[in-house]
Design a protein around this ligand. Structure first.
Ligand SMILES: [Zn+2]
Length: 471
């Protein structure tokens, strides 16, 4: 079945159709590295990870790009306040971001371009817009994008949302990167150097000393890696305006080609029913939650239970409740591994088809989790009744491994037995011991027994063969 996704560009659910399948170029707006990312940011990044993983599950060859915004208004303000250098300041938060990304088991994007490493590409893009008379230099030396000129070329400003141009006066300008749609105006592409910028500036022969605006950074970096037209652009819904609308205008204004085919936006996250704010005490970075004793797996699972277009009410109670579901998965996998021993099998294509059908429906995660938990319930009953064969257990385990490529919750040997993971799974050790005994290699059998004992496991001989028993 074909994957259908809600495209913000058409405001409708559309079949996902990349430009050159099986290749998919996917760009996600990355972090602005001026602070630790909070749980609302993480909702978007985990959503991006889910999209990429699911596309790969469907057989697409995804090129996943996530930019690092390491120069913009907020960063410069913080650099000034902290009396530090740009690189030192952003380096610390960038390192924290990648650490957090790993904690949440998000796949590393294939490209993570930095704005400060693409200044030449950004300047070239602005020069293109100036050459097409869509951008102009203002009296203060900054370069602005002219909405009037852009619209005059037959282009549409307001592709992702409806804008009211009646109150807009031609040539009115906004220099800040963030503004509301009511104040739509010509926006800054290149901000001329001012004393408050300290030593954060670049020299350009054509543009003068200055630094890029935030929006142009993403246009330049996405097109540099993925080409002038690409398949999928993703971000939080707060980025629809002005950031993404401006990205479209800058890119299409410069190339005359359609910029992105599918736009996907993740909805907001509330914490304890309210908008997150430091004064309300409901503002959590990932690190705050880890300090409260929650794990990356619990947080990831919790974020993956809500549909991406629904506002998600994140609560600590809800996060605690994930433990029950995760422990059900853990116990289930434990039994499967114990039962399957060294048997291997193909995954269950019927179950995976039902799982995939749910996700094809605009990434309906609730439906997909429904399929998974119903399957776990039925299989558990067979295990309890002693009706699941070793081969069937192997098939179930292989199925979990497949569907977990999408959810990334874990459930591998590493999760169930983290301490032993660097060696081998206990069951394998037990079978090795049996093989050694049968071959009358008692020295080896004893060595394995001692190894298991050191790990806290004893061997109990039962009529069905030897079993592991916690000492
Ligand atoms: Zn962006």
């Amino acid at each position: 079945m074909a994957l259908k996704l809600f495209n913000t560009l058409s405001r409708s659910i559309q079949e996902f159709a990349p430009l050159a399948p099986p290749k998919v170029g996917m760009y996600c707006c990355g972090p602005t590295v001026y602070d630790f990312a909070h749980i609302g940011n993480w909702r978007t990044f985990v959503f991006g990870d889910l999209v990429r993983r699911y596309l790969e599950f469907k057989g697409y060859a995804v090129t996943h790009v996530m930019n690092i915004t390491d120069v913009e208004d907020k960063i410069i303000k913080r650099v000034r306040e902290n009396k530090t250098s740009l690189r030192e300041f952003t380096g610390k938060y960038e390192a924290a971001f990648f650490e957090d990304l790993k904690t949440l088991n998000c796949l590393l994007p294939h490209h993570t371009p930095h704005a400060t490493e693409h200044i030449a590409d950004i300047i070239a893009l602005i020069e293109k817009l100036i050459a097409r008379s869509i951008a102009y230099k203002a009296a203060d030396g900054s370069v602005y994008f002219s909405i009037e000129k852009y619209r005059g070329c037959g282009c549409t400003y307001g592709q992702l949302l409806k804008l009211n141009f009646d109150e807009m006066r031609a040539g009115e300008r906004v220099k800040s990167d963030e503004y509301a749609k009511e104040s739509v105006a010509d926006f800054a592409l290149w901000k001329a150097r001012v004393p408050e910028d300290g030593d954060v500036f670049w020299k350009s022969e054509s543009l003068g000393e200055g630094r890029p605006g935030w929006h142009i950074e993403c246009s330049a970096m996405s097109m540099k890696v993925l080409g002038e037209s690409f398949d999928l652009h993703l971000g939080g819904e707060d980025l629809i305006f002005p950031h993404h609308e401006d990205e479209i205008a800058q890119s299409e204004g410069a190339t005359g080609k359609p910029f992105v085919k599918h736009w996907l936006h993740g909805a907001f996250l509330l914490v304890e029913g309210k908008k997150m704010s430091k004064s309300l005490g409901n503002f959590f970075t990932l690190r705050d939650l880890l300090a409260k004793g929650f794990t990356g797996r619990e947080i990831r699972f919790s974020l993956l239970t809500a549909h991406y277009r629904e506002t998600f009410n994140f609560t600590l109670e809800g996060l605690r409740a994930t433990r029950e579901a995760l422990s059900r998965i853990g116990t289930f996998l434990h039994f499967l591994l114990e039962l399957k021993g060294l048997n291997e099998a193909e995954s269950d294509s019927e179950l995976l088809a039902a799982f995939s059908e749910a996700l094809d429906d605009d990434l309906n995660v609730s439906k997909a989790w429904g399929v998974v938990f119903e399957w776990i319930r039925k299989t558990n009953r067979l295990i309890a009744e002693g009706k699941l064969s070793k081969q069937e257990a192997a098939k179930c385990y292989a199925t979990w491994i497949e569907l977990d490529k999408v959810f990334g919750i874990g459930g591998t040997v590493e999760w169930l037995y983290p301490k032993e993971a660097e060696k081998r799974f206990l069951g394998e050790l037990l079978e090795d011991r049996e093989a050694a005994r049968k071959a009358k290699d008692f020295k080896r059998a004893d060595a394995i027994r001692d190894e298991l004992k050191a790990k806290g496991w004893g061997i109990e001989d039962t009529p069905k063969g030897p079993k592991l028993k916690k000492i």
